[in-house]
Design a binder for this molecule. Structure first.
Ligand SMILES: Nc1ncnc2c1ncn2[C@@H]1O[C@H](COP(=O)(O)OP(=O)(O)O)[C@@H](O)[C@H]1O
Ligand SMILES: [Mg+2]
Length: 268
């Protein structure tokens, strides 16, 4: 059976003034696939997923989601399409309580338009409990939470939405070891539930255990893609170092590289 892509991005170009952050990127995620998007600082990882989530508009290229074409998205449209982004920059409203943040932008209302507060609190509690985040009452303003706890609240938000594609942009940066494990468990849970995810991290040891495929970005371009099963973490580390130094995949790994660049046609 052919595998279906839940998302495709074609020839994505994004400029910030004179900086070309993305130089014609092709990227896809299959149904029930966890993709590790890796690459050095400034490679364009966050920009790519911000375009997918509708925070930025691309200058060129198109996005295909569940078979339908989009020139640009908005976060609202992305939500509707089942995509959630868990940011590097935190997106919580610090003065609002936890439960409110879990439902931010997707509040439950009754037929008169009133917020279903009790129901939202209960659902928020349930999804937080699944991540063992019940130490703080759901009425607690987010500003009183630790970094890891805040990350957990963002993850509960994605949980509650039953998103088809969850994008995690450096979710493990500010976390303790135990908190990192929770995030990894959450990604495994997504996989079990048949969902997809894009997991961005510059720590390959965080992404390696949970992904199916790696996509390596370098200076705004995809340079390589590998199935996780083809590489050890040490292989991946070696490849990343080589790409950072020379822009190229070491020869001995080129055969495993799934990404074949549309290279200029050899003399014809
Ligand atoms: N809002 C912005 N304004 C100007 N330049 C930006 C902006 N966002 C990203 N960039 C630039 O685009 C490039 C890619 O950045 P980014 O996508 O954040 O990389 P990564 O997430 O891989 O570290 C960098 O050169 C960065 O400085
Ligand atoms: Mg980034």
């Amino acid at each position: 059976m052919p595998e279906k892509n839940i998302v495709e991005m074609h020839n994505i170009v994004k400029k910030f003034g004179a900086v070309v952050a993305l130089k014609g990127v092709d990227f896809y995620v299959r149904e029930n696939e966890i993709v590790g998007l890796v690459g050095d600082n400034g490679a364009g990882k966050s920009t790519l997923v911000k375009i997918l989530f509708g925070i930025h508009a691309s200058d060129e290229g198109e996005i295909i989601i569940k078979g339908k074409k989009y020139k640009r998205l908005t976060p609202k449209k992305a939500y509707e399409l089942g995509i959630v982004l868990i940011h590097q920059e935190r997106t919580l409203c610090e003065n609002h309580p936890i439960w409110r943040n879990v439902f931010m932008g997707r509040e439950l209302t009754n037929r008169f338009g009133f917020l279903k507060i009790k129901e939202m609190k209960e659902l928020a509690y349930k999804s937080l409990a699944a991540l063992e985040l019940t130490k703080m009452p759901v009425d607690t303003p987010v500003k009183y939470l630790s970094g890891g706890y805040k990350q957990g609240v963002q993850i509960s938000r994605a949980f509650t939405f039953e998103a088809d594609l969850v994008i995690l942009d450096e979710p493990t940066v500010a976390l303790s070891l135990a908190e990192v494990q929770k995030v990894l468990d959450y990604v495994r849970e997504l996989k079990r539930k048949g969902k997809s995810a894009i997991f961005i991290s510059h720590n390959i040891y965080h992404v390696y255990p949970v992904v199916d495929r790696f996509v390596i970005l370098n200076r705004g371009e995809v340079v390589a893609e590998f199935y996780k099963k083809d590489l050890t973490p040490e292989d991946l580390s070696e490849i990343m170092i080589s790409i950072a130094r020379t822009g190229k995949v070491p020869k001995e790994y080129e055969e495993l590289n799934l990404y074949k660049k549309a290279s200029p046609q050899s003399a014809s």
